[in-house]
Design a protein around this ligand. Sequence first.
Ligand code: AMP
Length: 401
Amino acid sequence: MKRMNFEGNRVLMRVDFNVPLNADFDITDDTRIRKALPTIQHVLDEGGSVILMSHLGRPLKKLKADGSIDRDKFTLRHVVAHLADLLKRPVRFANDTIGEEAVAKSARLKPGEVLVLENTRFNKGEKSGDQDFAKALANLGDVYINDAFGTAHRAHASTTQVASYFDTDKKGFGFLIEREIENADKVLHNPPRPLAAIVGGAKVSDKILLLEKLLSSVDILIIGGGMAYTFMKAQGGSVGKSLVEEDKLDLALDLLEKAKKNGVELLLPADSMVADDFSADANHKVSSSSEIEPGWMGLDIGPRAIDDFSRAIGKAKCMLWNGPMGVFEMDAFSSGTKAIAQAVADATKAGAFSLVGGGDSVAAVTQMNLADQVSFVSTGGGAMLEYLEGKELPGIKAIRG
Ligand code: AMP
């Protein structure tokens, strides 16, 4: 991004302005818009103009009763006034993405000016990655910048196909994507050792590829959250009515075997906070994770597990954390996740590199006000998970080649 020339160029930029709106269409959280500002500002400072494109919600999935697009609800016009405030300059809006208005308004842009196009997902060609739609988008700008990491794992027209219409020196990543890749690569390529991964969340099935990939790279693998009980049961433990994926028991054993073969220190929670119901005010007590009584379920890691996990995290020089250790949304079952967040923050303070990303652990770290005490918090969600799994993301490949 820093090395590219933007002077006098109209820069077609894919951003993630998919912000939450209330019933009056006011923005309730502008984090995504704020995060895109440095990239936009850089182009403007360098003498370019900016044509912004983004999706907002799922307009083609949530059609009106008469089958038409709910334009009032899903229009990107909702972000224009706030963006203008943040950039401290006027922001224009085109009522279409590739139609006459978009073409005319983008052609008239002068250096320092900003235009927002209508929601890319109003056009069917966006999600299908239609070449004609992508080509028409590409015609609007001289340079293409993708700064929407959260959609980089989708082969959509504005994130992927559009890039093929620009020469190598006329396309690149914005600062947001650059930082996400740079930080993920610190964990993926030649990390300082020991390298630890802390994986939690609800299900093994969501994280199979991640676990498999991690088992060939990490020194320490810590497994918590709901998925731990499938591993417990696979090894012959009694887990009561904890979350178990019966069809993943064999897979869990294979993963344990692979860990042993690769010399990975694998930690499962020795004990759990178990409850007699999946609810915030359920009766709860500490139990060994492999001897959970019938009628009880593990909803958080227990005090011994917290000690074991924290000690292992303290040994690591580099770590990745994906997924909470329990049902952290409920106070009674949030202690494990809180303690792990603190352990990751402490290890970071002691000099380790820590990446939090690709799951609900991001929400946990933010909720606990520890986001600035870890090395990097990814906003990439599913895209980060796929990148860490070692997959080539279409939006990244389209630019890197
Ligand atoms: P993920 O999106 O994969 O990070 O999963 C996050 C979800 O897993 C959260 O909504 C947690 O409530 C849930 N979760 C964590 N631990 C458990 C557990 N022991 N039992 C059921 N759900 C859990």
